[in-house]
Design a protein around this ligand. Structure first.
Ligand code: OXD
Length: 335
């Protein structure tokens, strides 16, 4: 039982909902922190001056970035997501507010989603499902995924899990990171400067990058033109990494053979958007990471870090605010 007066507890402002829910299981910390749940700008503005900690539960919410001037007592923000782009403002970067993220929670789930998308294409499942809706039995031959080449752009925990899963399916993986270097998982990681030179070799291009000023718009007309006409483009990072108009043009003109997209510049993807109607495109509603139990896993990860904060231990998953991600090779959490 905590005997501190309640007004001495740190205030944690919890921003937004995920999957239509508040973070589950925070009851266990309510005797050590004051929890303030907010969903709107005015609610945040009223709670923020007292808040030492913010949990950006809705990792897409721009509310905190927009209210930074009121964050007089703020010292730590935990983002319940992998991408922290909602907080990559100059004010945050210049401040000493620490940002942590959900590194590790999504690795395996996203790797499974990427593998599923690639198998859908290789095994021509889109056609099979389409024919089934018309009660049509049509025998076909399909591709083997084994021995195809995937260029995996992004070598954090998720990229590493993708690499491992694809290798187990016999795929040749070329990993791309900021700088070229030998790597225990990828063998040799190639640098982002070499991307254009690598694209012509790719049967699949898999994008798992954080959104920063360096990565915004990385894939445009030039990159699609460099890819094989048989190549498929997979994006599970952020929609803004891609020039969507250029992608639609590349798909329409058969410069590339298909795309599987979990993220879009505007979400939900607006009705009537050309990507909805393309037979060679998989439109997935930003759910590549979201396994049964993800909310509990995200909430539990925050509580573990909060325990560290309260006992003065160093926080885990501290984001480099200029780079937009947690640097270093993640611990090997996956068997
Ligand atoms: C994230 C996501 O966690 O897009 O960043 O799901």
């Amino acid at each position: 039982m905590n005997t501190q007066p309640a007004d001495a507890y740190p205030t944690v402002v919890v921003i937004g909902e995920l999957g239509g829910q508040r973070p589950p299981g925070l009851g266990g910390i309510s005797d050590r922190v004051l929890l303030r749940y907010v969903d709107s700008g005015p609610e945040l503005e009223s709670a923020l001056p007292e808040a030492e900690i913010a949990l950006l539960w809705d990792f897409r919410s721009r509310l905190l970035g927009g209210s930074f001037h009121s964050a007089k007592a703020l010292r730590w923000v935990h983002v319940a997501g992998a991408g922290v782009d909602a907080l990559l403002t100059d004010e945050f970067a210049a401040s000493d507010v620490v940002i942590t993220n959900a590194r590790g929670v999504f690795d395996r789930s996203m790797a499974e989603t990427v593998a599923a998308m690639m198998l859908m294409f290789a095994k021509d499942m889109l056609t099979t499902i389409h024919l089934q809706t018309r009660e049509k039995w049509l025998h076909r031959e399909t591709e083997m995924l084994a021995d195809q080449t995937a260029v995996v752009v992004g070598a954090g925990g998720i990229g590493r899990a993708v690499n491992k899963t694809l290798r187990s399916l016999g795929v040749d993986v070329i990993g791309v990171a900021t700088v070229e270097r030998p790597d225990p998982d990828f063998g040799l990681l190639r640098s982002i400067d070499q991307l254009n030179a690598l694209l012509p070799d790719a049967d699949f291009v898999v994008v798992i990058l954080p959104l920063t000023e360096l990565t915004r718009g990385l894939f445009g007309a030039e990159q699609f033109m460099l890819m094989k006409p048989t190549a498929r483009f997979i994006n599970v990072g952020r929609g803004e990494l891609v020039d969507e108009d250029a992608l639609v043009t590349a798909l329409r003109s058969s410069e590339i053979a298909g795309a599987a997209l979990d993220v879009f510049r505007t979400e939900p993807l607006p009705p009537g958007h050309p990507l909805w109607g393309m037979p060679n495109v998989i439109v997935s509603p930003h759910m590549s990471a979201d396994f049964h139990g993800w909310l509990e896993a995200l909430s539990g990860q925050f509580v573990d870090n909060l325990e560290r904060w309260l006992t003065g231990e160093p926080l885990l998953n501290v984001v480099d605010k200029t780079r937009g991600y947690v640097p270093g090779i993640p611990e090997r959490r996956n068997p």
